[in-house]
Ligand binder design. Structure first.
Ligand SMILES: CC(C)(COP(=O)(O)OP(=O)(O)OC[C@H]1O[C@@H](n2cnc3c(N)ncnc32)[C@H](O)[C@@H]1OP(=O)(O)O)[C@@H](O)C(=O)NCCC(=O)NCCS
Length: 392
C-alpha cells in the first residue's frame, strides 16, 4: 500500500468545462464530406441531399462522389464500375484465412481480420499519397463484399460466386448473399438494397469513422484505419444495431405480440434497438426514406408481418419514450424481407460505409494533424512511492 499525500479529489485539467462525456457536441475536426443537420439543410453528402441520391443515383455513384468529390459522368461511372468488377479478386492469403476460420466465427470478425490481411499483401502500404489511397479504397470496395460472401458461402456449403459486370453493385451483393438476381422481385429488392447502401455510406464523425480518423491521424496505413473502423462498427450501439433489431423482430414473431413485448422490455429498462441517436434527437431523415421503400417492398413480397411489427414498435416508442427510429430500424426490416441471413446485416453496412471511411482517411491524411485529446484526471493526488520491500 502506498500513502496518499493529499486525499482531496485531484484534477490536473484547468478547464473542466471543456469536458463532454462521450464527446457529445464536441467538434473534433473539419470535413467537406457530409453535413448532418436536424434542421432545414438535412443530410448532405458533399452538398447533395440524401433523398436525391437515394432516389436517383446508384450506390456506385455515391461511392464515387465520396472518393472523387464530384458525381461521375457516364464514362467515369462505367470505368469505376469496371474497376470494381476487375478488382473483385481475393489474394491467396485471404482465401487461406477464409478456409481456416472457425465456422462459427461472426462475419464481422472475419471481415475485420480479412481487411487487416489485405494490408499484409499490399506491396507498399506506407505510400500515403492521395492517389494510392484512392486506389486502395476502390480495392476495398470491390474485395470486402466478396470476402464476406465467400466466407458465408464456405461455411454454409454453397458454391462460390463472382460478381457480374452486367449487374449493379447492389444487384451483385444480393446475388452474392442470396443467389437472387433474375426475377422482378429480385430487382425490387436490389433497388431497396441500393438505397440502403446509399443511406449507410457516410455520416460524418460517427464512432467508426472517428476511430478510422484517429488511426489515420498517426499516418499509419489505410487498412489499419479501416480495421479500427470495422471493430467500432461491430458494437450494438453502432452498426451492430441492425442485426440486433432483426433478432428482436424474430423474437417478437407477430404483430399481435409486439406491443406487449416492447412494453415489457421498457418496464425492464431495456434499450430497444434501432431507436435513438446521439445527434438526431428529433428523428433520422434516413429512416423515413428507407421506411417508404420497406412499405412498398412488403407489398411486392406479399409479406407485411415485419412492417406491421415495426409500425407498432415505432408508435409505442414515440408515445412512451419520445424516441424515433434510426436508419438501422427499417433497414433491418428491408433485409428481413430479402431473407438475408441476420449475421450479414452489419457486414452489409461495412460494404457501404467503407466508402465513407476511406474518404475520411484520405481527407485526414491529405491535411493531417495527429489526434491527441486530453483526459480529465480523476485518480488520486500525488502519492509517496513505497519500495517493494516496505509495502504491506
Ligand atoms: C444510439 C444511442 C447509443 C444514443 O445514445 P445517447 O445519445 O448516448 O443517449 P443516452 O444513452 O444518454 O440515452 C438518453 C436516454 O434515452 C434512453 N434511450 C436512448 N436510446 C434508447 C433506446 N433505444 N431504447 C430505450 N431507451 C433509450 C436512455 O435509456 C436514456 O434514458 P434515461 O435518461 O432515462 O437514462 C442510444 O439511443 C441507443 O442505445 N440506441 C439503441 C442502439 C441503436 O439503435 N444504435 C444505432 C444508432 S444509429
Amino acid at each position: 500500500m502506498s500513502a496518499v499525500v493529499n486525499e482531496s479529489p485531484a484534477t490536473e485539467m484547468k478547464d473542466r468545462s471543456a469536458y463532454s462525456p462521450g464527446l457529445e457536441g464536441v467538434i473534433a475536426g473539419e470535413s467537406v464530406l457530409c453535413l448532418v443537420d436536424e434542421g432545414e439543410a438535412g443530410l448532405l453528402y458533399r452538398g447533395y441531399p440524401i433523398r436525391d441520391l437515394a432516389e436517383h443515383s446508384t450506390f456506385e455513384e455515391v461511392a464515387y462522389l465520396l472518393l472523387f468529390g464530384h458525381l461521375p459522368s457516364q464514362q467515369e461511372l462505367s470505368d469505376f464500375s469496371t474497376r470494381l468488377i476487375d478488382q473483385a479478386v481475393l489474394p491467396q492469403l485471404v482465401q487461406v484465412f477464409l478456409g481456416a476460420a472457425p465456422s462459427g466465427a461472426h462475419p464481422m470478425d472475419i471481415v475485420r481480420s480479412g481487411v487487416s490481411l489485405l494490408g499484409v499483401v499490399d506491396s507498399d502500404p506506407t505510400d500515403h499519397s492521395h492517389e494510392a489511397n484512392v486506389c486502395r479504397s476502390i480495392r476495398l470496395l470491390a474485395q470486402i463484399p466478396l470476402m464476406i460472401a465467400t466466407s458465408y458461402r464456405l461455411v454454409t456449403g454453397k458454391p462460390r460466386r463472382q460478381p457480374h459486370g452486367d449487374l449493379t453493385f447492389a444487384e451483385n451483393l444480393l446475388y452474392l448473399f442470396t443467389d437472387r438476381r433474375e426475377d422482378d422481385r429480385a430487382k425490387a429488392m436490389a433497388r431497396v438494397l441500393d438505397a440502403s447502401l446509399t443511406l449507410y455510406a457516410e455520416h460524418e464523425f460517427n464512432a467508426s469513422t472517428f476511430a478510422a480518423r484517429v488511426t489515420a491521424s498517426t499516418m499509419t496505413d489505410l487498412y489499419s484505419a479501416v480495421t479500427s473502423a470495422i471493430g467500432a462498427l461491430k458494437g450494438p450501439l453502432h452498426g451492430g444495431a441492425n442485426e440486433a433489431v432483426a433478432e428482436m423482430f424474430v423474437d417478437i414473431g407477430s404483430c399481435e405480440r409486439a406491443e406487449a413485448w416492447v412494453r415489457e422490455a421498457l418496464t425492464k429498462k431495456r434499450r430497444i434497438m434501432g431507436f435513438g441517436h446521439r445527434v438526431l434527437k428529433k428523428g433520422d431523415s434516413r429512416s423515413a426514406i428507407i421506411q417508404q421503400h420497406v412499405e412498398s417492398l412488403s407489398g411486392i413480397c406479399g409479406n407485411r408481418r415485419w412492417y406491421e411489427i415495426a409500425m407498432t414498435i415505432e408508435r409505442i416508442m414515440e408515445q412512451e419514450k419520445g424516441l424515433y427510429p434510426n436508419l438501422d430500424f427499417y433497414t433491418a426490416v428491408a433485409y428481413l424481407l430479402m431473407e438475408i441471413p441476420l449475421t450479414l446485416y452489419t457486414p452489409l453496412f461495412v460494404c457501404s460505409r467503407v466508402a465513407g471511411w476511406c474518404a475520411h482517411v484520405i481527407e485526414q491524411q491529405d491535411h493531417n494533424r495527429l489526434m491527441r485529446p486530453r483526459a480529465l484526471y480523476t485518480g488520486p493526488s500525488r502519492r509517496e512511492y513505497v519500495p517493494l520491500d516496505r509495502r504491506t
